[in-house]
Design a protein around this ligand. Structure first.
Ligand code: PXG
Length: 288
Protein backbone atom coordinates (compact mmCIF):
# COMPACT_ATOMS: atom_id res chain seq x y z
CA UNK A 1 0.00 0.00 0.00
CA UNK A 2 1.15 3.54 -0.68
CA UNK A 3 0.09 6.16 1.83
CA UNK A 4 0.03 9.88 1.18
CA UNK A 5 1.55 12.05 3.91
CA UNK A 6 2.13 15.74 3.30
CA UNK A 7 2.72 15.48 -0.41
CA UNK A 8 4.77 12.28 -0.48
CA UNK A 9 3.87 8.60 -0.77
CA UNK A 10 5.17 6.07 1.76
CA UNK A 11 4.94 2.28 2.03
CA UNK A 12 2.77 0.91 4.89
CA UNK A 13 5.46 0.50 7.49
CA UNK A 14 7.27 3.70 6.55
CA UNK A 15 4.07 5.75 6.84
CA UNK A 16 4.48 7.34 10.27
CA UNK A 17 3.36 10.33 12.27
CA UNK A 18 5.26 11.88 15.18
CA UNK A 19 4.32 11.04 18.78
CA UNK A 20 4.27 14.83 19.26
CA UNK A 21 1.47 15.25 16.72
CA UNK A 22 -1.52 16.82 18.42
CA UNK A 23 -3.80 14.54 16.46
CA UNK A 24 -2.42 11.75 18.66
CA UNK A 25 -1.88 13.73 21.86
CA UNK A 26 -5.27 15.47 21.91
CA UNK A 27 -7.42 14.14 19.09
CA UNK A 28 -6.83 17.57 17.57
CA UNK A 29 -7.71 17.09 13.92
CA UNK A 30 -10.42 16.18 11.46
CA UNK A 31 -11.15 13.40 8.99
CA UNK A 32 -13.31 12.07 6.19
CA UNK A 33 -14.28 8.52 5.24
CA UNK A 34 -14.82 8.24 1.50
CA UNK A 35 -15.78 5.37 -0.84
CA UNK A 36 -14.66 4.53 -4.35
CA UNK A 37 -16.96 2.50 -6.59
CA UNK A 38 -16.31 1.18 -10.03
CA UNK A 39 -13.18 3.29 -10.56
CA UNK A 40 -14.69 6.55 -9.30
CA UNK A 41 -14.48 8.41 -6.00
CA UNK A 42 -18.07 8.90 -4.86
CA UNK A 43 -19.14 12.39 -3.72
CA UNK A 44 -15.51 13.51 -3.46
CA UNK A 45 -16.30 17.22 -3.76
CA UNK A 46 -18.87 16.96 -0.97
CA UNK A 47 -16.38 15.20 1.32
CA UNK A 48 -13.70 17.83 0.71
CA UNK A 49 -16.30 20.58 1.25
CA UNK A 50 -17.17 19.03 4.63
CA UNK A 51 -13.47 18.70 5.50
CA UNK A 52 -13.07 22.44 4.89
CA UNK A 53 -16.14 23.14 7.05
CA UNK A 54 -14.71 21.01 9.89
CA UNK A 55 -11.32 22.76 9.51
CA UNK A 56 -12.95 26.16 9.72
CA UNK A 57 -14.85 25.20 12.86
CA UNK A 58 -11.66 24.11 14.67
CA UNK A 59 -9.56 27.03 13.33
CA UNK A 60 -7.28 24.73 11.39
CA UNK A 61 -5.82 26.15 8.20
CA UNK A 62 -5.61 23.35 5.67
CA UNK A 63 -2.17 23.29 4.04
CA UNK A 64 -3.65 22.27 0.66
CA UNK A 65 -6.35 23.79 -1.52
CA UNK A 66 -9.68 22.12 -2.28
CA UNK A 67 -8.45 21.18 -5.76
CA UNK A 68 -5.15 19.82 -4.40
CA UNK A 69 -6.97 17.67 -1.85
CA UNK A 70 -9.28 16.29 -4.53
CA UNK A 71 -6.31 15.53 -6.78
CA UNK A 72 -4.29 13.92 -3.96
CA UNK A 73 -7.24 11.69 -3.01
CA UNK A 74 -7.72 10.51 -6.58
CA UNK A 75 -3.95 10.04 -7.00
CA UNK A 76 -3.77 7.93 -3.82
CA UNK A 77 -6.51 5.68 -5.22
CA UNK A 78 -4.71 5.47 -8.55
CA UNK A 79 -1.37 4.51 -7.00
CA UNK A 80 -3.07 1.81 -4.96
CA UNK A 81 -5.02 0.54 -7.99
CA UNK A 82 -8.31 1.05 -6.17
CA UNK A 83 -11.52 0.54 -8.15
CA UNK A 84 -13.75 -0.23 -5.19
CA UNK A 85 -12.38 0.84 -1.86
CA UNK A 86 -12.39 3.01 1.22
CA UNK A 87 -10.39 6.20 1.58
CA UNK A 88 -9.52 7.71 4.94
CA UNK A 89 -8.43 11.33 4.78
CA UNK A 90 -7.03 12.61 8.06
CA UNK A 91 -5.74 16.08 8.88
CA UNK A 92 -3.96 16.49 12.20
CA UNK A 93 -2.98 19.75 13.87
CA UNK A 94 0.63 18.63 13.38
CA UNK A 95 3.71 18.44 15.55
CA UNK A 96 3.78 20.61 18.67
CA UNK A 97 4.89 20.52 22.28
CA UNK A 98 3.35 18.33 24.99
CA UNK A 99 1.10 21.19 26.08
CA UNK A 100 -2.37 21.34 24.57
CA UNK A 101 -1.97 24.82 23.11
CA UNK A 102 -1.86 24.38 19.33
CA UNK A 103 0.05 27.66 18.92
CA UNK A 104 3.29 25.75 18.54
CA UNK A 105 1.90 23.43 15.85
CA UNK A 106 3.39 24.95 12.72
CA UNK A 107 1.94 22.75 10.01
CA UNK A 108 -1.08 20.45 9.92
CA UNK A 109 -0.40 17.02 8.42
CA UNK A 110 -2.53 15.54 5.65
CA UNK A 111 -2.74 11.76 5.50
CA UNK A 112 -4.61 9.80 2.83
CA UNK A 113 -5.02 6.03 3.04
CA UNK A 114 -6.81 4.14 0.27
CA UNK A 115 -7.59 0.51 1.00
CA UNK A 116 -9.91 -2.30 0.00
CA UNK A 117 -13.26 -2.04 1.66
CA UNK A 118 -14.29 -4.40 4.45
CA UNK A 119 -17.95 -4.92 3.72
CA UNK A 120 -20.47 -5.55 6.47
CA UNK A 121 -21.87 -9.12 6.55
CA UNK A 122 -24.67 -9.65 4.00
CA UNK A 123 -27.02 -10.77 6.84
CA UNK A 124 -27.12 -7.17 8.08
CA UNK A 125 -28.77 -6.14 4.83
CA UNK A 126 -30.91 -9.24 4.36
CA UNK A 127 -32.37 -9.49 7.85
CA UNK A 128 -31.89 -5.94 9.14
CA UNK A 129 -30.26 -4.82 12.37
CA UNK A 130 -31.44 -5.08 15.96
CA UNK A 131 -30.19 -1.90 17.66
CA UNK A 132 -30.47 -0.26 21.09
CA UNK A 133 -30.42 3.18 22.64
CA UNK A 134 -27.28 3.67 24.73
CA UNK A 135 -26.52 5.90 27.74
CA UNK A 136 -23.69 7.90 26.13
CA UNK A 137 -25.13 11.02 24.54
CA UNK A 138 -24.16 12.72 21.31
CA UNK A 139 -21.89 15.75 21.78
CA UNK A 140 -23.51 19.04 22.74
CA UNK A 141 -23.36 21.93 20.28
CA UNK A 142 -21.92 24.10 23.00
CA UNK A 143 -19.13 21.62 23.71
CA UNK A 144 -17.62 19.83 20.70
CA UNK A 145 -20.11 20.61 17.95
CA UNK A 146 -21.41 17.29 16.57
CA UNK A 147 -21.26 18.63 12.99
CA UNK A 148 -17.47 18.64 13.19
CA UNK A 149 -15.95 15.42 11.93
CA UNK A 150 -13.12 15.62 14.43
CA UNK A 151 -10.59 13.03 15.57
CA UNK A 152 -12.35 13.04 18.96
CA UNK A 153 -14.66 10.05 18.52
CA UNK A 154 -14.69 8.80 22.11
CA UNK A 155 -18.37 9.58 22.61
CA UNK A 156 -19.24 7.47 19.62
CA UNK A 157 -16.76 4.76 20.53
CA UNK A 158 -18.27 4.49 24.02
CA UNK A 159 -21.73 4.30 22.47
CA UNK A 160 -20.50 1.53 20.15
CA UNK A 161 -19.06 -0.43 23.09
CA UNK A 162 -22.34 -0.02 24.96
CA UNK A 163 -24.23 -1.33 21.92
CA UNK A 164 -21.85 -4.29 21.64
CA UNK A 165 -22.18 -5.01 25.38
CA UNK A 166 -25.92 -5.11 24.83
CA UNK A 167 -25.44 -7.66 22.05
CA UNK A 168 -26.03 -5.19 19.20
CA UNK A 169 -24.01 -3.98 16.24
CA UNK A 170 -25.12 -0.40 16.38
CA UNK A 171 -26.50 2.17 18.81
CA UNK A 172 -29.12 4.89 18.71
CA UNK A 173 -27.52 7.99 20.24
CA UNK A 174 -29.77 10.60 21.83
CA UNK A 175 -28.95 14.24 22.50
CA UNK A 176 -29.09 15.92 25.91
CA UNK A 177 -32.78 16.72 25.41
CA UNK A 178 -33.62 13.09 24.77
CA UNK A 179 -34.23 13.47 21.04
CA UNK A 180 -32.75 10.97 18.60
CA UNK A 181 -29.48 12.19 17.05
CA UNK A 182 -28.05 9.32 14.97
CA UNK A 183 -26.05 6.08 15.14
CA UNK A 184 -22.37 5.95 16.17
CA UNK A 185 -21.11 6.28 12.60
CA UNK A 186 -24.28 6.65 10.58
CA UNK A 187 -27.40 8.78 10.25
CA UNK A 188 -30.85 7.40 11.00
CA UNK A 189 -34.07 7.59 8.98
CA UNK A 190 -37.59 6.39 9.60
CA UNK A 191 -40.41 5.86 7.13
CA UNK A 192 -43.92 6.70 8.26
CA UNK A 193 -46.98 6.74 5.99
CA UNK A 194 -44.78 6.61 2.90
CA UNK A 195 -42.60 9.60 3.84
CA UNK A 196 -39.08 9.84 5.28
CA UNK A 197 -38.04 11.61 8.45
CA UNK A 198 -34.51 12.06 9.76
CA UNK A 199 -33.19 14.03 12.75
CA UNK A 200 -31.94 17.53 11.89
CA UNK A 201 -28.30 18.56 12.44
CA UNK A 202 -29.62 20.76 15.28
CA UNK A 203 -30.50 17.51 17.10
CA UNK A 204 -26.91 16.30 16.78
CA UNK A 205 -26.97 14.55 13.41
CA UNK A 206 -23.84 14.83 11.29
CA UNK A 207 -24.36 16.48 7.90
CA UNK A 208 -23.98 13.00 6.46
CA UNK A 209 -23.17 12.78 2.78
CA UNK A 210 -25.09 9.52 2.42
CA UNK A 211 -27.93 11.18 4.37
CA UNK A 212 -28.02 14.04 1.84
CA UNK A 213 -27.83 11.61 -1.09
CA UNK A 214 -30.73 9.58 0.31
CA UNK A 215 -32.79 12.75 0.81
CA UNK A 216 -32.21 13.64 -2.85
CA UNK A 217 -33.01 10.10 -4.06
CA UNK A 218 -36.21 10.07 -2.00
CA UNK A 219 -37.28 13.42 -3.42
CA UNK A 220 -36.58 12.16 -6.96
CA UNK A 221 -38.77 9.15 -6.17
CA UNK A 222 -41.57 11.51 -5.14
CA UNK A 223 -41.30 10.71 -1.42
CA UNK A 224 -41.74 13.38 1.21
CA UNK A 225 -38.76 14.09 3.46
CA UNK A 226 -38.83 16.02 6.73
CA UNK A 227 -36.27 16.75 9.45
CA UNK A 228 -38.26 16.91 12.68
CA UNK A 229 -37.08 16.23 16.19
CA UNK A 230 -37.69 12.52 16.69
CA UNK A 231 -38.18 10.66 19.95
CA UNK A 232 -37.69 6.97 20.64
CA UNK A 233 -41.49 6.66 20.49
CA UNK A 234 -41.36 7.85 16.87
CA UNK A 235 -38.79 5.17 16.06
CA UNK A 236 -40.76 2.41 17.76
CA UNK A 237 -43.89 3.33 15.80
CA UNK A 238 -42.23 3.77 12.42
CA UNK A 239 -43.17 1.59 9.46
CA UNK A 240 -39.51 1.26 8.48
CA UNK A 241 -36.14 2.38 9.80
CA UNK A 242 -32.66 2.42 8.28
CA UNK A 243 -29.17 3.78 8.86
CA UNK A 244 -27.03 5.59 6.28
CA UNK A 245 -23.28 6.07 6.04
CA UNK A 246 -20.42 5.94 3.61
CA UNK A 247 -19.25 2.58 4.94
CA UNK A 248 -22.61 0.96 5.67
CA UNK A 249 -24.49 2.60 2.76
CA UNK A 250 -28.13 1.88 3.66
CA UNK A 251 -28.80 -0.74 6.34
CA UNK A 252 -32.31 -1.70 7.40
CA UNK A 253 -33.16 -1.68 11.11
CA UNK A 254 -35.86 -4.12 12.23
CA UNK A 255 -35.77 -3.89 16.02
CA UNK A 256 -35.04 -1.03 18.43
CA UNK A 257 -34.85 -1.54 22.22
CA UNK A 258 -36.85 -4.76 21.88
CA UNK A 259 -39.62 -3.17 19.80
CA UNK A 260 -40.19 -4.70 16.38
CA UNK A 261 -40.21 -2.03 13.67
CA UNK A 262 -43.02 -2.38 11.13
CA UNK A 263 -43.27 -5.92 9.83
CA UNK A 264 -39.95 -6.89 11.42
CA UNK A 265 -38.39 -7.21 7.98
CA UNK A 266 -36.59 -4.62 5.84
CA UNK A 267 -39.28 -2.42 4.30
CA UNK A 268 -40.12 -1.74 0.65
CA UNK A 269 -39.05 1.91 0.69
CA UNK A 270 -35.75 1.01 2.34
CA UNK A 271 -35.16 -1.57 -0.39
CA UNK A 272 -36.05 0.87 -3.12
CA UNK A 273 -33.62 3.46 -1.75
CA UNK A 274 -30.90 0.83 -1.37
CA UNK A 275 -31.28 0.00 -5.07
CA UNK A 276 -31.32 3.64 -6.14
CA UNK A 277 -28.24 4.32 -4.01
CA UNK A 278 -26.33 1.36 -5.47
CA UNK A 279 -27.25 2.49 -8.97
CA UNK A 280 -25.98 6.01 -8.31
CA UNK A 281 -22.67 4.82 -6.84
CA UNK A 282 -22.02 2.80 -10.01
CA UNK A 283 -22.33 5.73 -12.39
CA UNK A 284 -21.20 8.87 -10.59
CA UNK A 285 -18.03 10.13 -8.95
CA UNK A 286 -14.62 11.55 -9.73
CA UNK A 287 -12.83 9.20 -12.16
CA UNK A 288 -9.66 7.54 -10.82
N1 PXG B 1 -22.62 10.20 11.71
C1 PXG B 1 -21.39 10.08 12.19
C2 PXG B 1 -21.13 10.45 13.61
C3 PXG B 1 -20.35 9.63 11.36
O1 PXG B 1 -19.13 9.54 11.83
C4 PXG B 1 -21.96 9.41 9.57
C5 PXG B 1 -22.93 9.89 10.45
C6 PXG B 1 -22.34 9.15 8.15
O2 PXG B 1 -21.85 10.18 7.34
P1 PXG B 1 -21.51 9.94 5.80
O3 PXG B 1 -21.01 11.27 5.34
O4 PXG B 1 -20.46 8.87 5.74
O5 PXG B 1 -22.74 9.51 5.14
C7 PXG B 1 -20.65 9.24 10.03
C8 PXG B 1 -19.63 8.64 9.13
C9 PXG B 1 -17.15 3.54 10.00
C10 PXG B 1 -16.99 4.99 10.26
O6 PXG B 1 -16.14 2.82 10.10
C11 PXG B 1 -17.88 5.96 9.79
C12 PXG B 1 -17.67 7.30 10.08
C13 PXG B 1 -16.61 7.62 10.85
C14 PXG B 1 -15.76 6.66 11.31
C15 PXG B 1 -15.93 5.35 11.01
O7 PXG B 1 -18.27 3.11 9.70
N2 PXG B 1 -18.38 8.40 9.68
Amino acid sequence: MKIFIDGKFYRDRAAKISVFDHGLLYGDGIFEGIRAYNGRVFKLKEHIDRLFASAKAILLKLPMTHAELMRATVETCRRNKIRDGYVRLVVTRGIGSLGLNPKGCKRPSVIIIADRIQLYPPEFYQRGLDIITVPTLRNLHGALNPAIKSLNYLNNILAKIEANNGGCEEAVMLNAEGYVAEGTGDNLFIVRNGALATPPPSAGALYGITRQTVIELAQQAGLGVSEPNLTRYDLFNADECFLTGTGAEIVPVVKIDGRVIGSGRPGAITRRLEEDYRALTKISGEPI
